[in-house]
Design a protein. Structure first.
Length: 129
């Protein structure tokens, strides 16, 4: 009789024990989600004299830094529940005749993925905001 009572009690307590240990997952954004923002900051390095200039651009805005014309076409950030990162679509044109224009995406956390190759300037995305 004791054995039957014990089995019945364990069977009755099992759902409560499972409910107590069940963990509800925290809702998260999909890993490939990005949020559009209206401005970004880029860092321009002059390789000749090691001077660094930071500029903030609004969407569609163009600024000239030491002969390099930089336009911010688009800027995106990750949602707050994902690791911090920014992505910007930039257009860069040097005023020198021998310079090759650049148009493409740059990532804040992966600067070597898309490199602006120029003998005088390096341009890197610092952040979108």
């Amino acid at each position: 009789m004791k054995r039957i009572f014990l089995v019945v009690m364990l069977a009755a307590l099992a759902p409560a024990a499972r409910a107590a240990t069940q963990i509800t997952p925290v809702p998260m954004s999909p890993p490939d989600s990005w949020v559009a923002v209206k401005s970004g900051t880029v860092r321009v390095l002059n390789k000749i004299d090691a001077r660094v200039t930071k500029i903030t651009l609004g969407l569609g805005e163009t600024k000239v830094v030491e002969g390099a014309s930089i336009t911010l076409v688009a800027c995106f950030v990750r949602p707050p529940d994902l690791p911090i990162d920014s992505a910007a679509h930039l257009q860069i044109k040097e005023q020198r005749a021998d310079a090759t224009p650049f148009e493409g995406w740059m990532l804040q956390n992966e600067p070597s993925m898309t490199v602006y190759e120029d003998p005088i300037h390096d341009v890197h995305l610092e952040a979108c905001h």
